[in-house]
Design a protein around this ligand. Structure first.
Ligand SMILES: [Zn+2]
Ligand SMILES: [Zn+2]
Length: 139
């Protein structure tokens, strides 16, 4: 009797082990699927964000978005600048961490322009160094 029970138990446990293993495998598969799926979702969101950004850049700059100070056209360098320098003021209007979305939602308000990262950053403390060089021959 004892023997049978043990045997029986061991069979059941083996089956159960298999079940647990399979369940684990399925869980892993699901995890992998989710991770892959999330990548696709993130990739799509990233592309949509880029498209939105392009729409805004084109609106404020033209068919080929460029820096209004130095003429830089490399997409990755371009930023949207508040002409009044009212970055903080703008931020206070809420939800402004994503200026691209904000501009679209507010129907492209005036007072913004496209600047490259260099020009945008360097004019934080005043004017862009390009301005100082204006009049000097290029090259
Ligand atoms: Zn520039
Ligand atoms: Zn500049």
């Amino acid at each position: 009797m004892t023997y049978v029970t043990i045997k029986h138990c061991s069979i059941v446990s083996k089956k159960t082990m298999n079940k647990i293993k399979k369940r684990k495998q399925r869980k892993e598969q699901f995890k992998r699927y989710c991770a892959k799926h999330m990548d696709v979702v993130r990739e799509g969101e990233r592309r949509r964000q880029q498209e939105r950004r392009m729409i805004v850049l084109k609106h404020y700059s033209g068919e080929t978005p460029r820096c209004q100070c130095c003429g830089e056209t490399i997409y990755e360098f371009l930023t949207i600048d508040h002409i009044e320098g009212g970055g903080t003021k703008h931020r206070n209007t809420g939800g402004a961490h994503d200026i691209v979305k904000w501009l679209i939602k507010n129907n492209f308000p005036e007072g913004f322009r496209v600047l490259c990262f260099n020009c945008n950053c360097s004019r934080r403390g005043g004017e862009c160094p390009h301005k100082r060089l204006q009049g000097a021959p290029f090259g």
